[in-house]
Ligand binder design. Sequence first.
Ligand SMILES: NC(=O)c1ccc[n+]([C@@H]2O[C@H](COP(=O)([O-])OP(=O)(O)OC[C@H]3O[C@@H](n4cnc5c(N)ncnc54)[C@H](O)[C@@H]3O)[C@@H](O)[C@H]2O)c1
Length: 264
Amino acid sequence: MEPIRVIIQGALGKVGREIVIAVCRDKATQLVGAVDIEAKNISLSLPDGTGDVPLSTDINEILEKCPADVLIDFTVANATMPAARLALKKGVNMVIGTTGLSTDELTELEKLAGDTGAGVVIAPNFALGAVLMMHLARIAAKYMEFAEIIELHHNQKADAPSGTALLTAKGMTEERGKPFPDPYDSDKNFKSRGHVVEGIPIHAVRLPGLMAHQEVLLGTAGQTLSIRHDTINRECYTPGVLYAVKEVVKKKGYTYGLDKLLNL
Ligand SMILES: NC(=O)c1ccc[n+]([C@@H]2O[C@H](COP(=O)([O-])OP(=O)(O)OC[C@H]3O[C@@H](n4cnc5c(N)ncnc54)[C@H](O)[C@@H]3O)[C@@H](O)[C@H]2O)c1
């Protein structure tokens, strides 16, 4: 079978560089072009030293020059939409990891997918293990009496608690059909019990040396259950992105979230 031809927008970025390597390593995918606003050269050397592919600051030029099946985008929100409008109208499917798109922009992407017949997969978290951790926490939430979340991130992270921790807590109470019991009920004088969301205390740790880690702890009579995910480096996004690339060419339509793509 012919490999899936891929263009990466944001190819010189932190995540983009990892995806370049992963796409080149996978026999089912082939890097055919790259885009980045910081591009200084007209070609990007392949990481295995087997050659190079066209590189440009201009997505339109690369879409014209390099016939492709999928455009992967890991850039900034205001670069994603112009690229999506061009790519989808040309029938090039999209896998989008860029965060910060507005509700209106997501609605437009869904409409573009519908109108053009091309596929769009967009996910706020492409780390497979993190998506599975959230799914397992949802299952456990139905059966266990209490829950707490400890999330640990590098000290440059802008927000606390993390979006993943908030999403996990929300998903757990959704599945359970009600919030967990208020942990402050027994003693209002606790000084260090975390930020409580839907009855789940969330504890945020920020330290240099950490990347992204989360542990969901659940307890009921005589037992606890821990579900933990650790991100070791940015390579963690590549299995999820490659999975999405292989699915988007078959599935078409609009899919939001890796969990939906995995049918979790
Ligand atoms: N969905 C996920 O799982 C996931 C994981 C990590 C990061 N992200 C998101 O992916 C995006 C990129 O993250 P990063 O850490 O690689 O950032 P980064 O800043 O290292 O990389 C972004 C790249 O995009 C390029 N870029 C910016 N504007 C551009 C434009 N107009 N046209 C072409 N290229 C442009 C930059 O030059 C840079 O090389 C962010 O939105 C981040 O929040 C998503």
